[in-house]
Design a protein around this ligand. Structure first.
Ligand code: C3B
Length: 835
């Protein structure tokens, strides 16, 4: 292609080709040009918002130049690429990350100062891109950062929700949801008006025999919706590699806009059709670890899978390679079962549209896909009703049935005497109505299945997917323990700690090889280093205390022990255990003399997190935390001994302030329920210790950092089932201390007790989450922590060792494991000058 372009044209082009800035002068020029032209502002009306806009657009220009080079280079090299399909990408803010990844934050800071702005204020203007609920969405965002930083040719595919996760307001102690319309100014996306895909829904399947007598299926007469691509550049750290996150937005198909209706006065109806189409990508479903089976959600899933696959197949076809090369060129990772429809969709494209025979097509499909499971909890495992799929995607239902038929025939041949096995593993659950078990479909259609921490990967093999291990063997199932990107979660969130580490390690190489952190172990007993480390923690706690004061009006003492639990509110994550523990502490403090109280370790208990709007119990927990805070924080007897804070609207950018400020963070899920957890990693990496159960990645964190440096408690996963059985047959024996807490709640100490009866009753009736069973151990462990914290030197020693040993939990390690074990892809360096 390049040879076909005339030389004069090339010369003219190259002379004026866009160049990125790399010094202060050029940054200022770029920012001012954008402020004056793109934003139509001037020296006289440039506020912080405009300064943010100009800075962001200047950086976007820089990113897109590298983005173009990267994409060209990947196209020329034509190597295998990875596609990460995720319905959630919890990206947070982009500007700070872009500045740090391209290494120009200091340049921009100086430039902004010249223009009269402070970097922190400008960064603070940006809205979070909050296209996700919690851990699963943030993991996808960390993986994108690692893929780009390690130079892997990779794209993310997701939905461009007009409304991300709702904004949480706390009004009179209750959660209120406010829509998050985040797109009014989003400089980080590029609309690709030329990249569209028409997506079909409904309709029916027509069959006929072609000239060779082969039966052909045609899916026709459906409703068409158009998918529009929006691209978000993903810069790697300290590399020109800039990958792409492609988000699809839905709109009425242009051919579908009904001019007939329009002209005959049915303008309203035609606009209504338009809006109906746009509804598909309008809103992120706000459930975390919960499946609700709504038709619109299924539409979202198919819309996004079909658009993404069409895009991938279109790119592959340009290379003119044989179909059997498809899995050698393309790896598709399914982030949970949400994109499982991509499996029957690819089979449909290959068989119905490209004319491949079933078996050839199926082997391409299986070799292309990998499936990551993120939960074993029944309420979170997706199932879709057969009548719903039949209605929305009639051809896909046929294909799913055929996939199941082939699969069950194979099972029957392998285990001829086990009839029971067939109904247990069938993709179709024989219930009323029949349901499609998406996890089973994902296993059957993928070559690898992985869990996200060792315990979790073992659990899926011994519980929910046990039969599949018998059928396919151990090798199909593997583990990739989760990780986090140290760029955002250390360097960006905690610049002072990053700088301190760099000063000892002779530079920032550890940000790309986190195992280098082990070298700071040598400084665990170094007085000066300890002091510097301690000062940084104190400064970070002061920063959080200031934020708490500004947002809640409550003053907290940065010298107190900061005990933090921030994550989605969920019974299995057991914020109720935490708040009951706080009440227990409050009652103990109240029973003490003022002298005794003075001797107690002062604490600030900090909570944050959203409840799904329909999750009643989670909302009760939020309400209780706020009511306890109201009582405790205003109790003159208590003073600094205890403060209880609920941070409103917890999100990624708030986590960047919170994670560096903990002394202790809580990861206290009922054993066997939290697949991995990733905030546990963020807190330890930032020099905080953990109180936790033997669950998810806590176990591996303990192995890495040493059991002296973590506070574990509670029943083990292997015993949970027995305890629940006991509860069912013998009733729940409520812990003595917990009973006092309940009595206090019932007395009306924290407002009308009816408000909380659901919360206490569920413990009394079933204690499904072992709140009572683990209560005593939890409180004792908290007492141990109080004692340990008093010895600040020993505490610092622990925290420094813990940080030094966190190298394993970088998302870079995850990506290397996926690349080697599941995707079989190699990194590809981009030369600075492109090509
Ligand atoms: C979460 C799990 O609950 C976490 O333990 C895990 O660390 C992350 O995924 C990432 O693997 N998860 C989630 O956020 N949403 C789901 N629907 C299922 C799991």
């Amino acid at each position: 292609v390049e040879a076909e372009i005339p030389d004069e044209q090339k010369t003219a082009w190259k002379k004026h080709s866009a160049a990125g800035f790399s010094n202060k002068e050029d940054f200022e020029a770029a920012a001012i040009r954008h402020i004056e032209t793109t934003l139509a502002r001037s020296l006289y009306n440039c506020d912080e918002g405009a300064a943010y806009g100009g800075t962001a657009l200047a950086f976007r220009d820089r990113l897109i130049i590298d983005w173009n080079k990267t994409q060209q280079s990947h196209t020329f090299a034509d190597q295998k690429r990875v596609y990460y399909l995720s319905l959630e990408f919890l990206m947070g803010r982009a500007l700070d990350n872009a500045m740090l990844n391209v290494g120009l934050k200091d340049v921009a800071r100086e430039g902004l100062a010249d223009l009269g702005f402070r970097m922190e204020d400008v960064i603070g203007i940006e809205r979070d891109a909050a296209l996700g609920n919690g851990g699963l969405g943030r993991l996808a965002a960390c993986f994108l950062d690692s893929l780009a930083s390690l130079d892997y040719p990779a794209w993310g595919y997701g939905l461009r929700y007009r409304y991300g996760i709702f904004k949480q307001e706390i009004i009179n102690g209750y959660q209120v949801e406010v829509p998050d319309y985040w797109l009014d100014f989003n400089p980080w996306e590029f609309p690709r008006h030329d990249v569209t895909v028409d997506i079909q829904f409904y309709g029916h399947v027509r069959k006929y025999n072609d000239e060779n007598g082969r039966q052909v299926s045609v899916w026709e007469n459906g409703e068409i919706v158009t998918a529009n691509a929006y691209d978000v550049p993903i810069p790697g750290y300290n590399t020109p590699t800039t990958n792409n996150l492609r988000l699809w937005s839905s709109k009425a198909a242009s051919g579908e806009f009904d001019f007939q209706k329009f002209n005959s006065g049915e303008y309203e109806q035609s606009v209504h059709d338009q809006m109906r189409a746009e509804t598909i990508s309008a809103v992120l479903y706000p459930n975390d670890n919960l499946d609700r089976g709504k038709e619109l959600r299924l539409k979202q899933q198919y819309f996004w899978c079909a658009a993404s696959l069409h895009d991938i197949v279109r790119r592959f076809k340009k290379s003119k390679k044989a179909w059997k090369e498809f899995p050698n060129q393309i790896a598709i990772q399914l982030n949970d079962t949400h994109p499982t429809l991509a499996i029957p969709e690819l089979q449909r494209i290959l068989v119905d549209e490209e004319g491949l025979d079933w078996d050839t097509a199926w082997s391409i499909v299986v070799n292309t896909f990998g499936y990551t499971n993120h939960t074993v909890m029944a309420e979170a495992l997706e199932k879709w009703s057969v009548p719903l799929i039949q209605h929305l995607l009639p051809r896909h239902l046929e294909i799913i049935y055929e996939i199941n038929l082939h699969f069950l025939q194979y099972v029957e041949r392998t285990f001829p005497k086990d009839r029971d096995m067939l109904s247990r593993v069938s993709i179709v659950e024989e219930s009323n109505p029949k349901m499609i078990r998406m996890a089973f479909l994902a296993i059957v259609g993928s070559h690898k299945v992985n869990g996200v921490a060792e315990l979790h990967s073992d659990l899926i093999k011994t519980t929910i997917f046990k039969d599949f291990v018998k059928i396919y063997g151990q090798d199909k199932f593997t583990n990739v323990t989760n990780g986090i990107t140290p760029r955002r979660w250390l360097h960006q969130a905690n610049p002072k700690l990053s700088e301190l580490i760099a000063s000892k390690l002779g530079g920032y190489d550890f940000l790309k090889d986190l195992t280098l952190l082990h070298k700071i172990e040598a400084y665990a007993d170094d007085k000066q280093f300890r002091k510097a480390f301690q000062d940084i923690k104190y400064a970070n706690k002061t920063r959080l205390a200031k934020y708490i004061k500004e947002t809640t009006g409550v003053s907290v003492n940065p010298a107190a022990l900061f005990d933090i639990q921030v994550k989605r509110i969920h019974e299995y994550k057991r914020q109720q255990l935490n708040i009951f523990g706080v009440i227990h502490r409050y009652l103990a403090l109240k029973a003490m003399s003022p002298e005794e109280r003075k001797k107690m370790q002062p604490r600030v208990s900090i909570f944050g997190g959203k409840a799904a709007p329909g999750y009643w119990m989670a909302k009760c927990i939020i309400h209780l935390v706020n009511e306890v805070g109201r009582v405790v924080n205003n109790d003159p007897e208590i003073g600094d001994a205890l403060k209880v804070i609920f941070i409103e609207d917890y999100n990624v950018s708030k986590c960047e302030i919170i994670a560096p400020a903990s002394d202790i963070s809580e990861h206290i899920s009922t054993a066997g329920t939290e697949a991995s957890g990733t905030s546990n990693m963020k807190f330890v990496l930032n020099g905080g210790l953990i109180i936790g159960t033997c669950d998810g990645a806590n176990i591996e964190i303990t192995r890495e950092i040493g059991e002296d440096n973590i506070f574990l408690f509670g029943n083990l996963a292997e015993d949970v089932e027995d305890i629940r059985h006991q509860h069912t047959y013998e009733g729940v024996l409520i812990d003595e201390g917990l009973q006092k807490v309940f009595d206090a709640i019932h007395s009306g100490m924290f407002g009308h007790s009816d408000e909380f009866s659901a919360l206490t009753n569920t413990v009394v009736n079933h204690d499904h989450w072992l709140t009572s069973a683990d209560f005593e151990a939890y409180c004792k462990t908290q007492d141990t922590i109080d004692e340990a914290f008093k010895d600040q030197e020993a505490w610092l020693h622990k925290t420094i060792l813990a940080v030094a040993r966190m190298g394993f939990f970088t998302a870079d390690r995850c990506i290397e494991e996926y690349a080697e074990m599941i995707w079989n892809v190699e990194p590809q360096k981009i030369k600075q000058n492109g090509a």
